[in-house]
Design a protein around this ligand. Structure first.
Ligand SMILES: Nc1nc2c(ncn2[C@@H]2O[C@H](COP(=O)(O)OP(=O)(O)O)[C@@H](O)[C@H]2O)c(=O)[nH]1
Ligand SMILES: [Mg+2]
Length: 401
């Protein structure tokens, strides 16, 4: 008997439970669901995402409210789960509708034992926060498997060694581009008191988490929030203003700020660009800011309060520092898109091209080792090195023993 291509199976026991869950697998399952479930998210749903909608009968009447989950594919086949109300009749109606849509009731293929590669990708998915990240990881994963198969074959004859080395090099380069997209970055807002750090923090995190006020020294502790900016995952940190400290508490706050800034993957230095800034009071703060800027790996200087005016030039000690300068108003949102562009450029200097890639861990180390063997094979004309490279790749693709 030939196996039906598009299958569904009720995973929950039949009867009067609260929810019935159907597992669905096959190349035409997404199109079938999109035709019968009223959710425009279905067409682009990626693994790990849910879509809510109504399951509609052929005449357009509503059968049930449902949740569709997109699962990680097994091999090349897409997999979904359809969650609907149980209570017998609803689940039966859903099952009938799935048959009408061309799916066969049957048993889903058993979960295959995962290769090292598959396990690494599944583990990686858990650490991600944004759609851009999961889409990039899924693209890298689906391109990697066939590419490694192709490279393994190249190692079979000496004329294939150099193309194999080049192909591995491309995977490693794409992996390096993918890494900052999938990682979480610590971005620290620092600068003089009253520059607008907390206002900007609230704007970027979309919540009134940090207290803002015209009184310098309002922020004492560092405040943190996880935010997604341009699909990048950031841990955003607001800090107390730097400057001539008033008393022990202020000094301690500022020490925390400096420590936070020292840890930052990205320093966001906020300065008041308007004529309202008290330049004399800020002198000490600016010299502390310049030090932070000098020590920062990556930085952006943010000239804030341009809704008032932007007449104040950057202090010399700051203007000389590395990194981009962006004009914004944390109050009105002016300049925010440009700030997000600058943050994206700083954290993701080269965008992944959507090719085969691997993300961190043992599998990536194995790819590096395979590349080292491939290089040796090419340079030394060493057949045993070529065999070792192919073996490493087979280990990645192979099933556990
Ligand atoms: N006009 C204007 N006022 C701002 C802007 N950003 C912050 N402020 C005001 O400046 C004061 C200090 O802001 P805050 O965020 O507490 O500064 P922080 O000390 O750097 O955290 C508050 O009264 C804010 O409302 C801005 O872009 N434009
Ligand atoms: Mg503050």
């Amino acid at each position: 008997m030939t196996k039906p291509e598009n299958v569904f199976e009720q995973l929950t026991p039949p009867g009067e439970g609260g929810i019935a869950v159907f597992g669905l697998e096959g190349p035409a399952v997404r199109a079938a669901l999109a035709a019968a479930v009223s959710s425009n998210r279905l067409a682009t749903l990626v693994p790990g995402e849910l879509a809510y909608g109504q399951l509609l009968a052929a005449d357009g009447s509503m059968l049930d409210e449902v949740l569709v989950a997109c699962l990680l594919p097994r091999g090349r086949c897409e997999r979904f789960e359809l969650n609907c109300h149980a209570g017998g009749a609803a689940a039966e109606a859903a099952a009938r509708r799935l048959v009408e849509l061309g799916l066969c009731a049957g048993e889903l293929p058993p979960e295959p034992e995962n290769s090292a590669l598959e396990r690494a990708f599944r583990a990686a998915l858990h650490g991600l926060h944004t759609r851009r990240q999961t889409t990039a990881l899924a693209a890298a994963r689906s391109a990697l498997e066939p590419e490694l198969g192709h490279i393994c074959k190249l190692f079979a004859s000496p004329s294939g060694w150099e193309p194999a080395r080049l192909a591995l090099q491309q995977i490693l380069e794409e992996s390096a581009r993918l890494e900052p997209l999938l990682s979480s970055h610590r971005a620290v807002l620092a600068g003089p008191a009253n520059a607008g750090k907390s206002t900007l923090f609230n704007m970027l995190s979309g919540a009134d988490r940090a207290i803002t006020s015209p009184h310098p020294g309002t922020t004492r502790d560092t405040v943190e929030a996880s935010v997604a900016l341009r699909g990048l995952s950031l841990r955003l940190v607001d800090t107390a203003g730097l400057g001539a400290g008033l008393g022990q508490l202020a000094e301690r706050s500022q020490q925390l700020s400096r420590e936070a800034a020292g840890d930052a993957g990205l320093l966001l230095l906020v300065l008041d660009a308007s004529a309202t800034a008290n330049v004399a009071v800020e002198a000490e703060a600016i010299s502390r800011c310049a030090k932070l800027l000098g020590a920062a790996d990556k930085s952006i200087v943010i000239r804030n309060k341009i809704d008032v005016d932007a007449t104040r030039a950057l202090p010399e000690s700051i203007a000389g520092g590395a990194g981009e300068t962006v004009n914004v108003s944390a109050l009105t949102g002016e300049g925010l898109p440009e700030l997000l562009d600058a943050i994206e450029r700083a954290l993701l200097p080269a965008k992944p091209a959507g090719g085969a890639a691997m993300w961190k861990g043992e599998c990536l180390s194995n790819l590096h080792r395979a590349y080292a063997c491939a290089k040796m094979a090419c340079v030394e004309n060493d057949a045993s090195a070529a065999a070792a490279a192919a073996l490493r790749l087979e280990e990645l693709r192979g099933k556990p023993v």
